[in-house]
Design a binder for this molecule. Sequence first.
Ligand code: GLC
Length: 557
Amino acid sequence: MTGAAGAPVTGTGRAWWRDAVVYEVYLRSFADSDDDGVGDLGGLRSRLPYLADLGVDALWITPWYPSPMADGGYDVADYCDIDPRFGTLDDADALLAEAHALGLRLIVDLVANHTSEQHPWFRAALAAGPGSPERDRYFFRNGRAGGAEPPNDWISAFGGPAWSRVREADGSPGQWYLHLFAPQQPDLDWTHPGVREDFDAVLRFWFDRGVDGIRVDAAPAMAKVTGLPDAGHAPGALFESRTWVGNPHWDVDEVHDILRRWRRIGDSYGGDRLFVTEAVVNGPERLSRYVRPDEMHTSFNFDYLTCPWDARSLRAVIDASLAALEPVGAPATWVLSSHDETRHATRFGRARTGAATMGFDTGAPSADRELGLRRARAAALLTLALPGSAYLYQGEELGLPEVEDLPEEALQDPTWERSGRTARGRDGCRVPLPWRGERPPFGFTEDGVAPWLPQPPGWATMTVAAQEGDPASTLSLYRAALQLRRRLPELAGAPLTWVDSGDDVLALDRGPAFRCVVNLSGEPLDVTAHGRVLVASGPCDGRLQPDTAAWFATGGT
Ligand code: GLC
């Protein structure tokens, strides 16, 4: 059954995005169909049946627009087209139709805080010179100290100052422009009416084509305090937006005017279009402001993603997230990995299990692979048992680790250079997927073609083909859990109730018949009283082993 623009319909009357499992497709690394070593829409189309079988509800596709790829496509040169490396608009239309036919919804990524330096607006601004209306779409300012110093102390998420100086047409050093990310990503000035109107048209362009949702990239960056006052950053400060209060370039109140404007556009379409924001802000209360009834529907939960593998901390984050969202009526989201963070199968095997964003934690001590994977599998069951929507990052269903030993010459993430080569950045979580075979490129691209990032030869045992027939594999675990999640009505809607089980155990009920238990203690845990095991992430024969989780049919009370 299909609804508006061919989108699948669930028939329950409950909006699909309230409990959806969304799979993040990092397009460059998913599957390559034209043998250039870069993933593309053809590759994704050919693997849609794999994603439908996995049991996810929707796909979020990272930016597919024409881009110089200074930041992996998050530097957009044209918002209404597809990069030739990925395919064409016809391919995107075909992908949408095929995904919908398989019951999968599609979410596109909108990067509106900044454009590429190659976008015609920025090129026009550079050419037009100081004081021109073209420069008003961005933040061009004169420098301090006679022009030699940046206009203020703002910093870039990738390290270093958030300002770069241009050469004017006559070759003289000129104004500075703002970029909260890489210098190739100039920030737009969202107080400019033309910027607002042009993005209204971009939203309509994609909604008209039938996309089911939009991920709003870097939402808290989109408004700045008038006058661009100093933020008071200490020299060498990192972009730790989860700790900032009253920062003039992040989570400024006027962001919400933009989000409300977009929500009105989404609501003007039939069906159930979703907005999900990426908002790394200071705690659940600030986050809940992004999902007020007239703003976005959901927002990624970075407090959960960055939380250490520790029962007390996890429970506190889960409780605080649910409590903050309750008053605004929005569902929580749960996410463990993405194209921006160290993969959790590696993180959870480190001495320090919490995450730092943007690849700033890859200098961390090396991981115990086996421990990390065991915990990652348990974490998957916990995540999929929580009320709300869950986001999976491609490859986590295979238990892929972070690739921590990419050769330096292979690194492409701007974080590497911007941090003065101290943080390796995010390439280690972006290594192309292994599909089949004994050696690279593991079916990602044609044999003999080098993927854009090298894959470890040791991934032969982690390919989709190697895991498919193995009931103990991580892929089988994800499939089983996702199928159960669809089948058990309490996993869509029933509230969470904690069951007291001691400090190092998480035990939660969803309704009277379902229980999830996670053993974070160092000892096996007697679970015979909990009921019949539905699925377990590891050995569970009356005793649940350390760092293992299980779902139980509790049979009702
Ligand atoms: C978001 C994206 C990240 C990108 C940044 C700048 O955080 O997830 O990959 O580098 O925005 O657009």
